[in-house]
Design a binder for this molecule. Structure first.
Ligand SMILES: [Fe+2]
Ligand SMILES: [Fe+2]
Length: 287
């Protein structure tokens, strides 16, 4: 048997493109049809392969081991803009004509938020939200960086994409973790809940002392589709989570639907964002 490719996606964006198929922009009825109709079985196959790995290996113990490693923050000291440049060195083997680079996605997200007149920390959140993807540059496999996130330590919801793949996850048949609540208590609050490991939690831990709470929720839970789109884990949420998930929901369309035909002019925008970064964040951050 051939051993599985640890990085089946030709680009991390393939996960996000797949999200657009699952959650098309309701404002774009025509494109919705196009998305539904476009047959791309190669891509579907790599996305499946990606989720197979993600669902198999994201166990409670795995998350703990990644926390131990990455929350030591001893990998690299960078300013936000250095981190953005670093993230942009990520070379994907996808078609460069159709794929935006990482910085362009972040700027499109933040610019769309800015255009709608939201507070500046919300704009900054748009710029930062995927910075945790530098995990890929630290050698982490795609399934431990991107993909929908979900709680570990309790039963996997069947509202998570490809739920059938969880049968290969050791936690699936571990009696500590396989009941509905697992190690948690009813409505204990998400702060008590370990999420599958990826770029959301990693960046949250890096910036948690610097940004307002709604921004932190948006960063920490933006890939938690089974909750913010499907409401699958209401029983773990407390009142505060419910309140702040309004922001997570407000953020999501900017993340998914802000692709503009003209890529943003990073050079022209940089001074504005450098000021905004300096307003909230220290000069250097530890990754
Ligand atoms: Fe993301
Ligand atoms: Fe994003």
């Amino acid at each position: 048997m051939k051993s599985p490719n640890p990085n089946p996606l030709s680009s991390m964006d393939e996960w996000e493109d797949d999200l657009l198929k699952r959650y098309p922009d309701p404002k774009m009825a025509k494109e919705k049809e196009a998305f539904r109709n476009y047959v791309d079985s190669d891509r579907d196959a790599t996305v499946r392969e990606f989720y197979q790995l993600n669902h198999q290996y994201q166990t409670y113990d795995f998350v703990e081991s990644k926390e131990k490693d990455f929350l030591a923050f001893n990998k690299r000291k960078m300013s936000v803009w250095e981190a953005l440049d670093y993230l942009n060195t990520l070379v994907d083997d996808s078609d460069p004509d159709i794929e935006l680079d990482q910085l362009q996605h972040l700027l499109q997200t933040s610019e769309a938020i800015r255009k709608d007149g939201h507070p500046d920390w919300f704009v900054l959140t748009g710029l930062l939200h995927d910075l945790g993807k530098v995990l890929c540059l630290f050698g982490e496999p795609q399934w431990a960086v991107v993909g929908d996130t979900f709680p570990v330590g309790c039963r996997f919801s069947d509202k998570i994409v490809y739920p059938e793949f969880f049968t290969t996850n050791p936690d699936f048949s571990d009696e500590r973790y396989s009941s509905k609540l697992g190690i948690y208590t009813q409505n204990c609050g998400l702060d008590q809940v370990k999420m599958s490991w990826g770029h959301d939690e990693y960046l949250y831990q890096i910036v948690k002392d610097y940004l307002p709470k709604p921004a932190l929720y948006m960063i920490r839970y933006h890939s938690f589709y089974s909750q913010h789109r499907e409401g699958a884990y209401d029983y773990l949420m407390n009142d505060e989570d419910r309140e702040y998930f309004k922001w997570v929901n407000l953020f999501n369309p900017y993340d998914l639907y802000s692709k503009a035909p003209v890529p943003p002019d990073a050079k022209a925008l940089k001074p504005y964002y450098e000021d905004l970064i300096a307003k909230y964040l220290p000069e250097k951050l530890m990754f």
